[in-house]
Every structure is written in structure tokens, then in C-alpha cells.
Design a protein around this ligand. Sequence first.
Ligand code: ADP
Ligand code: ADP
Length: 226
Amino acid sequence: MLKLNNLTRSYQTDEVETLALNGVNIQIDKGEFVAIMGPSGCGKSTLLNIIGMLDNPTSGEYWFNEQNIANYKEHQLADIRKRNIGFIFQNFNLIDELTVQENIELALLYHDVSSSERKHRVEQVMDKVGIAHRAKHMPGQLSGGQQQRVAVARAVVGGQSMILADEPTGNLDSAHGQEVMEMLQGLNQEGTTIVMVTHSPSHADYARRTINLFDGHVVTENVKAA
Ligand code: ADP
Ligand code: ADP
């Protein structure tokens, strides 16, 4: 599905250059569930942003479905991104002024589907994540666990084949965190590729492979026995 070859990302601020990613080589196959771990500042978010095509590498190659997109322009990346990638964040990132249903539907606006087809798909996905009874509620009226379910629905409603999750359970208590992990596990079992940054070893345990970053490079990879 994707392959990073000798990838670097540096940030230049004033006189100081920070090498956030330093020669990263990672391959992720379709249908994998991968956890990314490592101490604060090791480059996890930078890596996820590049995989998610929200940022370009400074050097190196990023192969996504057989194309090297490392130097693609923003509009080209946006086009690939919306068709293939859904995002889940620690803070849910829902739009406070829109209902649950509208938040999910927004993800389909730039897809070429009719308004009735949009409504139908949104209803289906709301049922799937168990939030249909809250369709007309605003995010502020929901618990964190419910908000994250809406975010999961938004991430998959366009038929995305990959979910990138940046500490998806970071703001949830253990029961709701586990609920979100089980939802991600279910999506993975249906074929969705999942790449998740987490600080929680028990949540990383849902992944078949854990990549450990340190100082901008991969230090170890653990693969669980099948
Ligand atoms: P993590 O997600 O593992 O905490 P980050 O990817 O956020 O790590 O950061 C990696 C390194 O890059 C850190 O040293 C951080 O300070 C630096 N960094 C991240 N974003 C920026 C930025 N926009 N400008 C300058 N330095 C940055
Ligand atoms: P569920 O069992 O459907 O996951 P929760 O246990 O997450 O629901 O929440 C129970 C109820 O409490 C919800 O219906 C929700 O509206 C309300 N609730 C919980 N936390 C919050 C919060 N932070 N803000 C507003 N409402 C909340």
C-alpha cells in the first residue's frame, strides 16, 4: 500500500534545524494494523502527517499505491487523500456548529455522489458505529466516546481504505478507549489498513506490528506471531 524510502523531514526555525525524521524506511501493506510508538518529540506526528499527505518530506521517496508522491503538489495530494485516507485525532476534531449527521456528511461533499446517496451512506455508517440515535445532536452534547465514534464514521464514510489515528484514545477513559479500539479492530478485520500512534502498550497490542521511533528514526519493529 505504501513505502517510505530514506525519508527525512527537517524544520528550519531561526538558526536551528530540527531533523524530525532522519532516514525512515517503512513499508505498510494493505490490510495491516500498525502501531507507532516512541517518546514525545521522536517524530510520530510528523510521520503520520506525511503518511496522511498533510505534509511533504524534505527528502526521500513516498510510494503510495505505486506512485512516488513525495513531491506532489497540494491539490494532487488532496485528491489522493480524500479518496483513500480517513483521519482520527485525540481531540475528535468535529465541527461544533454541525450536527453528528452533518459532520459525517461533510466528508462526502467533495465526492461525486448525489445528495440522496450521501444521506443513505451517512445513515449506514451511523448505524455501524452505533451513533444513529444521536444523529441530530451537536458534538458538545455527546460524551467523548460518542464523539470519537462520530469521528470514526467520518473517517470511513467515503470508503477510505486506510485510517490514520493519532492517539485516538488519548482523551478517553479506559472503557471508551477500549470501545474505540474494538471499533478499529473491526474495521481492520473488514480490510481497512490502520496506522495508529499511541502511548498505550495495551492499545498497541491490537496491532499486529509495532514500529518504535526514537530521534526521528525506526529503532525496532515487533511483529506478533500470527
Ligand atoms: P512526536 O509526535 O513524536 O511528539 P513530532 O513529530 O511532533 O514528535 O516532532 C518531532 C520533532 O520535530 C520535535 O523535535 C519537534 O519539536 C519538531 N517539530 C515538530 N513540528 C515542528 C514545527 N512545525 N516547527 C519546528 N519544529 C517542529
Ligand atoms: P454510551 O453508553 O452511548 O457510550 P456514554 O457512556 O459515553 O454513552 O455517555 C452517557 C451519556 O452521558 C451520554 O448520553 C452523553 O450524552 C452524556 N455525557 C457523557 N459525557 C458527557 C460530556 N462530557 N458532555 C456531555 N454529555 C455527556
